[in-house]
Design a protein around this ligand. Structure first.
Ligand SMILES: [Zn+2]
Length: 299
């Protein structure tokens, strides 16, 4: 099992811009306290190569992003104030997911303690996402012949709009997004399979829909690798989510995704995605559950 980590990056962001990144530092600390140091392969990524970014992102946009020349509208849409550290951090997170995807393609499990930047589009940022780690990684696997068919399973409560739009003309990527229908983004893009859930959906309804969605996605995509955006903003405690999963329901969600991967003999790379419960421990604990299940099922 591989873990990509990004030490202390939240602390290097300016005050006021650490949200919602602070959880990653706490998660890393908790993983170390629970003995993940000894049994896992930890990687500390360098920034992703331009070649990997430019395979799927617009060159003018990437240039503006790197140079700090985003328009005011773009910066506002990103949710961040631009800084060199912000860009370095984003590029390093992209590399974390890319390294995890390579591990997953070899039928393993790998988790990036960050990432899941599914609102980033080819030529613009949105919603705390500047570059799209899922599409960058999927395109790398396809380009390197490490995969012939990637399945992106996006279970963050917000639709993977950037991922859907960027993947629509890329051969070899199947996108499944299961999200709150009445939640942001209010204009949805078209994934290969979209499941929009009503506000207030709780464990039973959620897990029933998930079983059907996973069965359909695996059957239609026939993937050899899965990239899993495992955002925990589906929890009832989440202040943005509008769904009503219990911590046990969220754990069962991860278990069903991992079990489907095991049954189809494909590896999975996880990136963490959203989580906005007021008590940060609720968020860290739900992410920890994903790691614990991965360890239980793959080791
Ligand atoms: Zn989200």
């Amino acid at each position: 099992m591989t873990i990509a980590h990004h030490p202390l990056y939240a602390h290097k962001l300016p005050e006021g811009h650490r949200f919602p990144m602070e959880k990653y530092d706490l998660l890393e600390g908790q993983l170390k306290r629970e003995g993940y140091d000894d049994h896992c392969h930890w990687v500390c990524p360098t920034p992703v190569a331009d070649e990997d970014i430019l395979r799927v992102h617009d060159v003018q946009y990437v240039h503006r992003l790197s140079q700090g020349n985003l328009t005011r509208k773009e910066e506002r849409a990103s949710g961040f104030k631009w800084s060199e550290m912000l860009i370095l951090r984003e590029k390093t997170i992209m590399e974390g997911t890319r390294l995890c995807a390579i591990e997953a393609a070899q039928r393993g499990v790998a988790l990036n303690i960050a990432g899941g930047t599914h609102h980033a589009f080819r030529n613009r940022p949105e919603g705390f996402c500047l570059l799209n780690d899922l599409v960058i990684s999927a395109a790398h696997l396809l380009h390197s012949n490490l995969s012939k068919q990637v399945l992106i399973v996006d279970l963050d409560v917000h639709q993977g709009n950037g991922t859907a739009a960027m993947s629509s003309d890329l051969h070899g990527i199947y996108t499944l997004s299961m999200h709150g229908e009445e939640n942001y983004p209010f204009h949805k893009e078209q994934s290969d399979l979209d499941i929009g859930l009503p506000t207030g959906t709780s464990d039973h309804g959620y897990l029933t829909a998930l079983d059907q969605a996973l069965a359909q996605a695996f059957s239609e995509a026939r993937p050899d690798v899965v990239l899993y955006q495992c955002g925990v903003d589906v929890l009832a405690t989440d202040k943005l989510g509008k769904l009503a999963l219990s911590p046990e329901g969220c754990a069962e969600r991860d278990r069903r995704v991992f079990t489907a991967c095991r049954q189809h003999n494909v590896g999975v790379a996880c990136s963490m995605g959203g989580g906005y419960s007021p008590a940060i421990n609720d968020i860290v604990s739900a992410h920890m559950t994903t790691f614990n299940l991965a360890r239980e099922l793959w080791t």
